[in-house]
Unconditional design. Structure first.
Length: 367
């Protein structure tokens, strides 16, 4: 099997959802986004390793950056990086990707520089951000995010940077896109990523707690009159649901921005629209399922939408992808709960200012 076919065959093994929407793309955009996702999955596997010491994660994450940025450094260091990853735990498919990341790099080297740059920038920010948050991790006990601002910052590094990257790759493929639509897409790109990530956080609350981390801000828990210990124990389920509803409302705001982004793509670009529509509609259906759902707190298994719902999305959305009116109507029909209709506005510039204050740069040293 050659390197490209390895990448194509690996994608559905590490993410069935993104394999679906990436497969709808063609040509150089398909190739570049597939490679970009495998890089993102690689650093995500390191971050998610439940048994790995935080300092080892920081080392691996920061050492991945020069591999991306310099082909010369990669030739000398990639074999060592792969060997060091032998201590990472995770699924068999994710670990196989780590062992064969050199094959992904070889495909990456065939991409035009205009495709490589957004990928390098995005994955570099992701690795730096993940390393930054690992420094906050405690070896014992539950480590929460402090507040809503820290939640946004974390989600930016693991998903918002991907939204920015995908936006630039798409705009590069749309030479006739109006300045107005470019502005809409760029303004909503980070929000798109945050919306998908916060959906995942909401459905995986119990699973994440079992790993010793809570992506639910401590401030949300305190606002409903609970302690972190009470939230973790689940002894006051009605209060736990209040906390989840806070994050679902915020998530809804980002998903509404993601719809604006999608509608800014020309109506004739059906493949690009479906690339956005499928994960967005699955996220919206998930939020609708999670809303006031007590089952969210009663099982270690994440709440998922049914396969029937997924099939319905894949079958129906291609029929309405050309119409902004029908897409808006479909979106509103799913997300019609009154409590989710008026989410808070995303303060994009505020997040940007806070990120600049963090001063994370590729020169950060692995300790």
């Amino acid at each position: 099997m050659d390197d490209w076919h390895y990448c194509v065959s690996t994608l559905p093994k590490v993410s069935r959802t993104f394999a679906l929407n990436i497969s709808v793309l063609k040509g150089d955009l398909h190739r570049s986004i597939l490679v970009a996702y495998l890089f993102c999955r690689t650093v995500d596997t390191v971050e998610d390793a439940a048994k790995l010491d935080p300092q080892l994660k920081i080392n691996l994450l920061t050492e991945f950056i020069p591999l991306l940025q310099s082909k010369a450094d990669r030739s000398a260091q990639l074999e060592k990086w792969i060997k060091d990853c032998s201590v990472v735990d995770g699924s068999d498919n994710d670990l196989d990707l780590l062992k064969n990341i050199d094959r992904v790099f070889r495909v990456f080297d065939t991409l035009a520089p205009s495709y490589q740059k957004p990928i390098i920038d995005s994955v570099t920010k992701m690795a730096l951000g993940m390393a930054y948050f690992q420094r906050k991790f405690k070896s014992e006990g539950l480590t929460p995010l402090e507040n809503e601002q820290e939640l946004e910052e974390y989600c930016y590094f693991v998903a918002g940077v991907v939204g920015e990257m995908l936006c630039e790759l798409k705009i590069a493929c749309l030479p006739n896109l109006s300045d107005r639509n470019k502005e809409i897409m760029r303004n909503c790109a980070v929000s798109f990523g945050l919306g998908l990530q916060m959906t995942n956080i909401s459905k995986d609350v119990i699973v994440d707690q079992s790993r010793g981390w809570s992506y639910i801000p401590k401030s949300y828990i305190e606002q409903v009159g609970m302690t972190l210990e009470e939230f973790q124990s689940g002894t006051r389920p009605e209060k736990n649901l209040e906390v989840i509803e806070k994050i679902l409302l915020k998530t809804t705001g980002h998903l509404r921005d993601a719809l604006k982004y999608t509608l800014a793509i020309p109506r004739t670009e059906i493949r690009l629209r479906l690339f956005c529509i499928w994960p967005l509609w699955m996220a919206v259906e998930t939020v609708a399922t999670l809303h006031n759902n007590k089952n969210l707190l009663s099982s270690d298994a994440p709440v998922k939408i049914s396969r029937k719902t997924v099939r319905r999305i894949l079958r129906r959305t291609p029929l309405i992808a050309f119409s902004n009116f029908l897409l808006q109507q479909s979106f509103d029909d799913i997300l019609k709960a009154p409590e989710l209709v008026h989410p808070p506005e995303f303060q994009r510039e505020g997040l940007k200012a806070r990120l600049e204050e963090l001063q994370l740069t590729p020169s950060i040293e692995a300790e």
